[in-house]
Design a protein around this ligand. Structure first.
Ligand code: SF4
Length: 576
């Protein structure tokens, strides 16, 4: 399996067969961590030319359905630690069909460029004319017009957020998918890299066609027939708004509450009934969970002239830019989502930062001198302006807020209601101990590390140790899924048994025990790298607000967290 190494400082590239890594570490995260260990100085400044980006795919791409994701690994400018972000779209298939298992990007270009990878050729294109275009949708459209490869290419690019080094800027791929969390967009920006285009021209042929077809059909059938998948197709992840609201778990107005009076208006059901324009899918996915709303917007100063904007929405966006900011209006919420999408910002971090700023203003820790616009929960017009300021950073306050809520609360106060875990802004689940412990100890401080919110919904009374064990067990298994880089929505499709079976037609023999063993090994490798980058469990901060607001399990107790973290720190010591 080949790895493409691109050096932006020297405008050079090299293709190296790294069969050794893929045989030992599966692919995706497993291989990506090893490449990062080889190439990155763990003490590097994330926004310096020393930072390294690894994109990696797994052995099931493009062979099987729902192996549709690419993982990006880098040092995060938001947390100063390990950055990991997964995206769908067409990226994984394009990388595979271009002939690579991974792409490593090093150095920094002297001037703005974008890269085009066309199978084994790499072109460095001048992007000075694109630099300054803040709208990532327009950037994508211009590059798509100029470059060939329609239908077989991926266009990963940044908008104004990445250029202005907003520490939670994302990289947008195709139009509606993102390497969203932990600031990959700012790393692109710091490298003067506006976009990465990959055109994959090869096609796929399995070693054993007969058995391949059999297992392919099985995976396809399970995917289509599972209830979860049907639910995601019909309403999308936004289907979770109403149940989480009922369970007192939907963070609302900077988590002052977990019940939102406007939940019905911004529910997945309401979006599906009144705004849904179409559904689309990542490459090679039969589910199509991506829901796109159609919003009619008048042209400024014109009468009876409108444009229709297509806006992708899901649960996390509705939470972070909706309930968290007290927004009832679907139209207002769609306009916020569209603005964040255009600038190329991570929606969760943006929403949490603005929610904190609103409360800090209420509590008079800051004034309108800082925020420029009067931020009020529910006022989407004010938030639309504030998002412009976050990107353009006209004063010290917005310069600081563009570094994340942790940093802003260190400077302006209000740490107790600054909702970040390990420096990463909080996802949309206030379900109980497992969710929050998951954010704290998860190796990327994300709900996707271990799905603690789901454990909370299944578990009754539990001891701290029991929850930590469950979270770690789940996170270890997810290292296998992240090394295959399958969509996490398909985690019940890709059981250990199905994975073992699916490897066979590809000429790879592996058993279930080996899979579990690899999951544990990759988890430990990631943890060790994280510690080398400066992670210290004793510095983890628990925002007081999460103890004050009712969850599904009632109010949470600090002692429970202390006990759980003390048990976890013993596990960390053993592993590193
Ligand atoms: S289920 Fe959704 S996110 Fe997952 S691969 Fe399919 S379309 Fe993409």
């Amino acid at each position: 399996m080949n790895v493409l190494y691109i050096d932006l400082s020297k405008y050079r590239y090299e293709i190296v067969n790294r069969k050794d890594l893929f045989e030992e570490w599966i692919g995706g995260v497993g291989v990506g961590i090893q490449l990062l260990k080889e190439e990155l100085n763990p003490n590097a400044d994330p926004l310096s030319e020393e930072n390294v980006i690894v994109f990696a795919i797994g052995p099931f791409t493009p062979a099987y359905p729902l192996a549709s994701k690419t993982v990006a690994l880098f040092k995060s400018p938001l947390t100063g630690n390990l950055g990991e972000s997964h995206a769908g779209g067409r990226t994984a298939t394009s990388i595979a069909n271009a002939g690579y298992g991974a792409i490593v990007i090093k150095g920094r270009s002297k001037k703005p460029i974008y890269i085009v990878v066309e199978n084994d050729k790499v072109h460095f294109r001048d992007a000075r004319v694109l630099w300054g275009i803040e709208d990532s949708l327009i950037v994508g459209r211009i590059i798509a017009e100029k470059e060939k490869g329609r239908g077989i290419r991926t266009v990963m690019r940044i908008g104004g957020g990445g250029e202005k080094l907003v520490r939670y800027a994302c990289v947008t791929t195709e139009t509606y998918r993102h390497f969203g969390r932990l600031g990959l967009g700012a790393v692109f920006g710091s490298k003067n890299l506006k976009a990465l285009v990959i055109i994959g021209k090869r096609s796929y042929s399995p070693k054993d066609k007969k058995s391949y077809k059999k297992i392919y059909d099985k995976i396809y059938k399970i995917s289509l027939e599972s209830d979860a998948m049907q639910k995601y197709h019909l309403i999308g992840t936004a289907v979770n708004i109403l149940p989480l609201n009922e369970l007192k778990s939907l963070p609302t107005k900077n988590l002052k509450s977990t019940r939102f009076e406007g939940a019905e208006e911004i529910s997945g059901e309401s979006f599906a009934a009144y705004n849904l324009g179409r559904r689309i899918a990542c490459n090679h996915c039969p589910i199509a969970c991506i829901h796109i709303a159609a919003l009619r917007v008048p042209y400024e100063g014109e009468r009876y002239f409108y444009k229709t904007i297509m806006i992708s929405y899901d649960y996390e966006l509705i939470y972070s830019l909706g309930s968290m900011l007290g927004i009832h209006s679907r139209e207002g919420l769609l306009r916020l989502i569209h603005k964040v999408e255009a600038y190329g910002l991570d929606a969760i971090s943006t929403g949490v930062c603005l929610a904190w700023a609103t409360e800090a203003l209420e509590k008079k820790l800051i004034s309108e001198k800082e925020t420029i616009v009067k931020l009020l929960f529910g006022d989407y017009e004010a938030y639309l302006k504030a998002i412009d300021y976050l990107v353009r950073q006209p004063n010290d306050f917005y310069k600081t807020l563009a570094k994340g809520v942790e940093k802003a609360s260190q400077v302006y106060g209000g740490k107790e209601f600054a909702l970040a875990f390990g420096g990463n802004e909080m996802p949309g689940y206030h379900t109980g101990y497992a969710a929050h412990l998951g954010y704290l100890i998860g190796l990327r401080h994300s709900h996707l590390d271990s799905g603690g919110y789901s454990i909370d919904q299944k578990i009754g009374e539990a001891k701290p140790k029991e929850i930590i064990d469950k979270l770690i067990e789940e996170e270890k298994w997810r290292q296998v899924l992240s090394s295959l880089v399958v969509c996490f929505f398909a985690r019940k499709v890709y059981t250990p048994e199905v994975i073992v079976e699916a490897f066979k037609p590809l000429g790879i023999e592996i058993d279930e025990n080996r899979l579990f063993e690899l999951g544990s090994k990759i988890y430990a490798e990631k943890l060790r790298l994280k510690v080398k980058m400066g992670f210290n469990i004793n510095s983890l901060r628990i925002p007081k607000r999460i103890l004050e607001t009712e969850t599904l399990h009632g109010k949470l107790d600090k002692k429970f967290f202390d006990e759980a973290l003390s048990y976890y720190s013993k596990i960390v010591k053993e592993l590193i």
